[in-house]
Design a protein around this ligand. Structure first.
Ligand SMILES: NC(=O)c1ccc[n+]([C@@H]2O[C@H](COP(=O)([O-])OP(=O)(O)OC[C@H]3O[C@@H](n4cnc5c(N)ncnc54)[C@H](OP(=O)(O)O)[C@@H]3O)[C@@H](O)[C@H]2O)c1
Length: 331
């Protein structure tokens, strides 16, 4: 069994623990929260017993567990992942794992030096429906002529932002905004399916807090462009599309993909059967467990390369738009 510690007590942690339970390989043993009551409430919701609680991060990392899952605000990922790796823990860190490519390289080096795993939890690329998209792109790669992805969802926290509160996800302190929160999924789409682009350009619609509420991202490849629309301040129902000359693969969403269709030149649209698990984190949890238990270095290296490329693109994109994070000052 892989003993698991967690940081962060929001709903996403609960969802991830339920996914790790499905693997029968992970066992939750340790919880860190700034408040004991929140840790206790999460443990109770999950119906777990004999879980160790820490409210001090240094004490938490001294405890005896193998792997930590970090689901704190983005701006805290780097320092917490670094501390974990320095204390001999494998790291599964929520997307995006870092605020700058320099931070990513430091974590990557540290994990390598200490013989530990560093996973970025990009859940959707592990799902069967994404594997189906990869299969279709590979089969039709000669005809590939571009893509457009859209992931624009009105955030429940935008109301709090408009009310003058300061939710983490709309701050530069915690490396928030549409690109880092939702754009990261669509950048993963492009990197996994098409590789590294030659040029990155992001046009952001700024909020007064300094982050992007929404924006348009262009990734230029030698033979085609990928156009991406992302946002947290409005809802879009546009489908995402991958173009193969006369034919088109339609995705119902760029980041939370649950349905695929194939459209031909005669406007015949046919359903592409693909599996979608109820818990979208099941696939990544079982894949991380498999890689660690089977020591599948080739797949691990591939995932790390994706994560490095994605984190580089995110930084290039926000730099091109003029988005500055507090983490940039520490460069
Ligand atoms: N993969 C997915 O589908 C998915 C979905 C949602 C979010 N995420 C990712 O999960 C991460 C967390 O997102 P979230 O929306 O849950 O963030 P959040 O609500 O702002 O914070 C998550 C947790 O971090 C701790 N925290 C909050 N503010 C803090 C502060 N100022 N200092 C120290 N700790 C603080 C809290 O735990 P305690 O109060 O217990 O300390 C909180 O439960 C992000 O990286 C996000 O991108 C992923």
């Amino acid at each position: 069994m892989i003993s698991l510690g967690i940081i962060g007590t929001n709903w996403i942690t609960e969802q991830f623990i339920k996914a790790t339970d499905e693997t029968k390989t992970f066992a939750l043993t340790n919880v860190y929260s700034r408040t004991e009551a929140k840790a206790e409430s999460l443990i109770e919701d999950l119906k777990k017993k004999d879980i160790d609680i820490s409210t001090d991060l240094t004490a938490f990392f001294k405890k005896d567990f193998d792997t930590v899952y970090i689901a704190s605000p983005n701006g805290l990922h780097f320092a917490q992942a670094k501390q974990a790796l320095e204390n001999g823990k494998n790291v599964i860190v929520e997307k995006p794992s870092t605020s700058t490519i320099k931070e990513f390289s430091l974590l990557d080096d540290l994990a390598h030096k200490n013989g530990l795993y560093l996973f970025e939890a990009a859940r959707h690329i592990h799902e069967p429906i994404f594997k189906k998209i990869e299969e279709i792109v590979d089969k039709n790669r000669e005809k590939l002529s571009g893509a457009s992805f859209s992931y624009m969802k009105y955030s429940s926290r935008y109301d709090a932002y408009l009310a003058g509160k300061n939710p983490n996800i709309f701050t530069t302190k915690f490396s928030g905004g549409a690109l880092y929160d939702l754009g990261v999924y669509t950048v993963y789409d492009a990197v996994v399916l098409f590789g590294q682009p030659e040029k990155v350009d992001y046009d952001a619609e700024f909020l007064a807090s300094g982050v992007d509420g929404s924006g348009a991202l262009t990734l230029k490849y030698p033979d085609f462009d990928v156009n991406i629309i992302i946002g947290k301040t409005k809802n879009s129902y546009m489908s995402s599309e991958i173009y193969f000359g006369r034919d088109t693969l339609l995705l119902d969403n760029g980041g939370d993909i649950s349905h695929l269709d194939w459209a031909d030149d005669n406007k015949n649209i046919t359903d592409v059967p693909a599996l979608k698990a109820e818990n979208p984190m099941d696939s990544e949890a079982s894949e991380f467990a498999r890689i660690m238990t089977e020591k599948d270095q080739a797949t691990y290296d591939k995932l790390l390369k994706y994560a490095r490329t994605v984190n580089r693109i995110l930084e290039q994109a926000r730099t091109s738009a003029g988005i500055v994070f507090d983490a940039d000052e520490e460069k």
